[in-house]
Ligand binder design. Sequence first.
Ligand code: NOJ
Length: 710
Amino acid sequence: MSRIDELLARMTLPEKLGQLTMTASSYAVTGPVIAGDSTESIANGTLGNLLNMVGPGPTHEMQRLAVEQSRLGIPLLIGLDVIHGHRTLFPIPLAEAAAFDPQLWEATAREAALEAAADGLAMTFAPMVDISRDPRWGRTAEGAGEDPWLGSQIARAKVRGFQGDDLAAPTQLAACVKHFCAYGPVNAGREYAPVDISERALHEVHLPPFEAAIDAGVATLMPAFTDLAGIPMTAHGPLLRDYLRGRLGFDGVIVSDYNAIGELIKHGVAADLADAAALALNAGVDIDMMADAYRKGLPLALARGAVTMAQIDTAVRRVLKLKERLGLLDDPYRRGATAEKPAAIEKRRALSREVARRSIVLLKNEADALPLPATMRHLCLLGELASSKPDMRGPWAAAGDIDGHVTVLEGLSAALPQARITHVDGGDIAAALAACDEADAIVLCLGEAANMSGEAASRASPELPASQQRLVDAVVEQARARATPAPVIALLFSGRPLIVPKLAEQVDALVAAWFLGSEAGNALADVLTGKVSPSGRTPMTWPRALGQVPLFFGMRPSGRPADPQDYYTSKYLDVPNEPLYPFGHGLTYGRFRYDNLRVSPARVSRGQRIEVEVDLTNEGRAAAEETVFAFTRDPVASITRPLLELRGFARQLLQPGETCRVKLSIAAEDVVFPGADLQPVFEPGELQVLVGPSADRALLLGASVQLVQP
Ligand code: NOJ
């Protein structure tokens, strides 16, 4: 009999339900605070999992209660939202996606795991892989943006980084891919709102990153708060039980979102907590986070015959198995046993700076406004965000302190010791104008405060706050009126693409600064001063008008594509169809030319690879790294295909004047799509390969291959 079967055989129903319950907790001066519960439940074995308890002291103290005092001594599973770093913060996931660097994506997850595990944690509720095509949705900040292929690459990298090769290692965490599934297309971008999308969109857009995470071995998964066409995901038997467990073979732990089982009542599918608990368990949810529906409701559901003990046992077995895989059954104190060395923490800060600068996207740079010249004497820095440490952290700061994050003011002061930097917050426009009157350059720190994106932070108008726009208007007018106009540079903080067509027109340079984490100010200074060339590319389209939303490059064609000469075509009367900035857009301090695209072999069958080569030349004056994208387009298929589908990318650093041949390869295996019956098909015929710097069709070189059946 296995250790788990032995344990299970000895467990009472309350002990079993304890293993299926996760409760929020924290540590106050007076001792542990366990939401709606007490440490007694841990000691008597009726509470098996915690979230939000952090630090080796508190986590070990709780662990000791479970291990030494409870009848069976089963250790606790303790998790936290380690989303973009733990104490050392990295750029938010949307920003990090802009780096287009799988090694970095993995490295930040690995470092976050090391740091969190040293704090006694064994699980993170990450990665969030929800695809977002709607910048109104605040949780856009937590994911990789609009593209399922990109999202899948990141999902894999994150799972590898958090979990490593051996979940039992004291340095690794169990990852939790979330929120399954199709949380991004909430109605009108409003948080927690209903979702109703096609089966096709589900399979083509929203499921692939989850499938990738499962393929990479993710240990746990969290259903979304939302419903899908009337079935709340927490009770979605067809997707959780039949698809996820049945078809994909996912055998990990499914943990509900916070109070989500209880919310089945408000959703309108459960009459009471017992009903809700039965629906969730029947759908395949193992752990109830914070609803206390399993402990309170399952005994009644059992009595009603709505669930069976065998189902409860299956869920308990999965939880125990996870605890075993994490090494908790062998040594519950392995995480948090050894304090990290200062050198490891320093190395992590250096990584944070590196990722942050690679995540910065230079959206516009006219007349070489950037980089700032080394000779600059006087810089004017405007805006509250320039000196706000907490806002550099972003919306999911986890255990990151309020302090200890480098502001733009600090970063620029360190990078430009010879220059005078005048900083005012811009609240008083007259004072701001006086401050920048004689400056050599003006840097405006604009956009969102950290709490304006993230969970429950949907915005109907994701634009610049009106007071900021007034500041920009006044500053730009004054700067232009000077005998020698001063360049105006805007750093835009946000957890989403903002709708800023006017700002983009007004300023000389526009930088997407997202939320870059602990080293934000240093990373921005590195890029602004030209210490490094910017290299980030936006992982999400920037609309020019809110009415264009959802706007994304992977749209399907219309039978009446936009034609300015033809009234009855697919377009708006008041704005162009084109975005302000397309997916993949991002300037560098170099200037790149693409020539001689070659795609081979001419005929490709499933199982082969399409080799793509293109000449890349840096015609600019600075060394820079270019990101080269490869898309495909299937012009004739049984089901229409999107106008562009991302298939790969490569990054290449080139000195001024240097040329090289960039090579990419696309697996023909990837050029399949869900056919009429939603099963994958590979259809023979022409496949166009389009290569270039972004999803802007006008900038892409194209060539074709023939797909053939072997
Ligand atoms: C609610 C969020 O939706 C989820 O992403 C998070 O993991 C849990 N709260 C726990 O904090």
